[in-house]
Design a protein around this ligand. Structure first.
Ligand code: F3S
Length: 392
């Protein structure tokens, strides 16, 4: 990969150890994927923030980087952590975990990474169309590429952090227009009723297509939230970081391969996301973190109801959206639900809170929670989730 004189100086360590390590990560990645050069990025979004998912070795690495005084060169933000410090009554009661988590947040902050602690940073600050980004968190990446028309590969935590410190990313993958063409037409031959059906479609499509980029036929006027669920689920079972919701898109050939998705495929994907018929201990909405519209919709559905005594209702969003939806948050909390920020059910400690059965409208959470959280899952629409959380 070609490096400018300035980049070579950083590579040789003339700007210090942290920038050298960051540059070496980017060059290694670039060489691996045959990038021709580094390109400037508008922003970086870093994952690997929850202590539950990264552990002690990562803290040591972040300590070493941060001690050098290295700072992000572009606007940089961080994914959810394992604790919502404004709702400690809802969180795991182990002081050691709280201390470790706050140290991680402090280290990122020291390096100029804004701890907004959300996987929907685009609701706070929308990147420009055609902007090159270095974002981690698969649901965030696929949303940026598919719905915001920005350009980002699916970075891991370390490469997104390296890009934040250097302000650049290697030019390969879907930073190149020839790699953003759709390979496969997905004909949807069944009716999708809600975000959960879109999530099930995403699970099926990702599993079937792996890293091929699809365009969909037959999604009639999908809403943004439904496409968010489609993308986050697709990125859970597959490796593609881009989809097109309709057929007007660049295609890799005039006659792309076609697959059909019928009612049976959708039902199989849907039913495969539930592992139990038992009643839930927790109902969880907010993977990916909720938008303004989603919080409003939940408040409207829940108004005047009461949450069952033996069920927790968690709604997760960013602090920014929580502030913007204050009046709706009051309605949800008056019913007994909790609107949390900075964390989510997957990256916090659920088992330690006594949760054995988690019900959710998020296909992504239902897909990961049995392994990441060691809980049983029930996958259902938002309406059914709220019904299960509320008293008769
Ligand atoms: Fe976000 Fe947590 Fe889901 S980080 S995408 S809410 S698993």
């Amino acid at each position: 990969m070609y490096l400018t004189k300035e980049e070579e100086r950083i590579y040789e360590g003339e700007e210090g150890w942290a920038y050298q390590i960051a540059m070496r990560i980017l060059v290694k990645l670039g060489d691996l994927f045959e990038a021709d050069r580094l390109i400037p990025i508008e922003s970086a979004h870093v994952s690997g923030v929850s202590y539950k998912t990264i552990g002690d070795a990562a803290i040591e690495f972040l300590e070493a980087l941060s001690e050098t005084g290295a700072k992000a060169k572009v606007t940089s933000t961080a994914n959810p952590a394992g604790i919502d410090y404004n709702h400690l009554e809802e969180m795991v009661k182990l002081p050691r975990l709280h201390e470790k988590q706050s140290r991680i947040i402090e280290l990122y902050r020291n390096m100029g990474i804004n701890p907004i602690l959300t996987c929907t940073p685009y609701y706070i600050r929308r990147p420009k169309e055609d902007a090159h980004l270095a974002w981690a968190e698969s649901s965030t990446v696929i949303y940026a590429n598919s719905l915001l028309h920005s350009w980002t590969n699916r970075e891991g935590g370390p490469s997104a952090l390296a890009s934040a410190l250097i302000g650049k990313t290697p030019n390969y993958g879907i930073h190149k227009s020839e790699n953003r063409q759709a390979d496969v037409q997905v004909k949807v031959e069944t009716v999708l009723r809600d975000e959960a059906d879109f999530g099930a479609l995403g699970i099926h499509t990702g599993r079937t297509l792996k890293d091929e980029i699809p365009f969909f036929e037959g999604l009639s006027r999908p809403e943004e939230t439904q496409l968010k669920h489609l993308g986050s689920a697709m990125a859970s079972t597959g490796m593609a970081s881009l989809f097109y919701p309709c057929s007007s898109c660049p295609k890799s050939s005039e006659r792309p391969e076609t697959i059909s998705v019928d009612a049976k495929d959708l039902r199989n994907a849907f039913e495969g996301l539930s592992t139990t018929n038992e009643d839930p201990d927790m109902v969880y909405i907010g993977c990916p973190h909720c938008s303004f519209e989603e919080i409003k919709q939940i408040a409207q559905k829940i108004k005047g109801k009461k949450i069952k005594n033996n069920v927790k209702l968690w709604i997760c969003t960013s602090r920014y959206i929580r502030r913007k939806t204050e009046n709706y948050v009051k309605i949800i909390e008056a019913a007994g639900g909790k609107v949390l920020s900075d964390t989510c059910a997957v990256v916090t400690w659920l088992k330690e809170l006594g949760v054995d059965v988690l019900m959710t409208n998020s296909a992504k959470t239902a897909y990961y929670a049995p392994t990441m959280n060691n809980v049983e899952t029930i996958f259902a629409s938002l309406d059914l989730c709220i019904e299960a959380a509320c008293r008769e």
